[in-house]
Design a protein around this ligand. Structure first.
Ligand code: AMP
Length: 301
């Protein structure tokens, strides 16, 4: 089993109430694949410039993350600057430089197509997300994440791809921006009933995550004892952990998803305890399992 992830690889400038960092490695696909690699094989489709560190690519490969679909282009790597005024709010975007992403046309290497994989369309231009789903006809399961930047600028392309998604992982602000209704509940209806998302996961930071279907609501708490330093990548790590855990299930239902959401909450709580991917690189499987057990006990799941 394996996951193909299509997303951004980046340099991030981050400011939080606990400090700041410049040009650290980030991007939706990097966080996702590091988190997913604890349970499954990950195949990356992304693009970087020649300035992207070779050492990072080697680190990914050591974790059995395939970078055959990571294109290195002449030009600069995508970069993003974000500022968290508090840990309870979404970050303010200081800049988004698409750079090599502007002319990127994703390809899926043949070696990735051998087995029926899960396809995860991480936060990236919805035009590229649509291209990839057309290239890879029959994924076993399709997951998607997005953000305000794309909901505002590429709404039509985003709505087109959403109709093909099994599991959507977004936060509350993104839910409101897509749903365009006053109440959160009505926004959820737009997604599950009008657009037809089978499983909608709404990430609420320290408020845990909701699983919403046409007929049900479930809630999983986040790990309550973590020391937040930098929330960047929490959503992508959550998705990586979630889909890696779903990679072994024969079919989707709410109970297997809830089970995977607990694992995802436990794993992503580590990401936010240091800047960038620092925690993910140091993390051991036994630490995740310990936190997962603790969370199951607290949540009585
Ligand atoms: P999150 O998990 O939502 O905190 O995602 C954080 C990552 O998203 C950062 O490492 C950024 O490099 C990346 N990012 C920020 N803006 C965009 C964008 N417009 N498209 C794709 N990736 C982005």
């Amino acid at each position: 089993m394996s996951i193909i992830v299509v997303g951004s690889s980046a340099f991030d400038d981050i400011e939080t109430p606990r400090g700041s960092r410049k040009r650290i490695v980030g991007g939706s696909c990097i966080y996702f694949s590091l988190a997913a690699s604890f349970k499954t094989k990950v195949n990356i489709v992304s693009v970087v410039g020649r300035d992207f560190p070779k050492k990072t690519i080697q680190t990914l490969n050591k974790r059995l993350i395939s970078t055959e679909g990571l294109v290195v282009k002449t030009g600069k790597t995508f970069s993003w600057g974000g500022k968290y005024n508090s840990f309870s709010e979404d970050p303010e975007t200081n800049f988004t430089n698409l750079n090599v992403f502007e002319s990127f046309s994703p390809e899926i290497p043949d070696s990735y197509k051998k087995k029926k994989s899960i396809l995860f369309l991480a936060n990236i231009d919805p035009v590229l997300q649509n291209k990839v789903i057309d290239l890879y006809e029959k994924p076993r399961m399709v997951g998607l994440d997005t953000m305000n930047f794309w909901i505002g600028s590429k709404r039509r392309d985003l709505l087109k791809i959403l109709r093909k998604v099994d599991i959507l992982t977004i936060n509350e602000l993104e839910l409101r921006l897509i749903g365009r209704k006053k109440s959160l509940h009505d926004c959820m209806r737009v997604l599950t009933e009008d657009i037809g998302i089978k499983f909608l996961i709404v990430k609420r930071g320290s408020g845990g995550s909701l699983l919403v279907t046409k007929k049900s609501f479930d809630w999983v708490p986040s790990y309550p004892f973590c020391d937040v330093v930098d929330p960047t990548g929490a959503g992508d790590s959550y998705a990586g952990a979630l889909f890696s855990s779903l990679d072994i299930v024969p079919f989707l239902n709410t109970s297997v998803i809830i089970d995977s959401m607990v694992y995802a909450s436990a794993l992503s709580s580590f990401t936010i305890e240091s800047f960038g991917v620092e925690s993910l690189l140091k993390l051991k499987k036994k630490d995740i399992l310990k936190r997962e057990r603790e969370l199951r006990k607290i949540a009585r799941i």
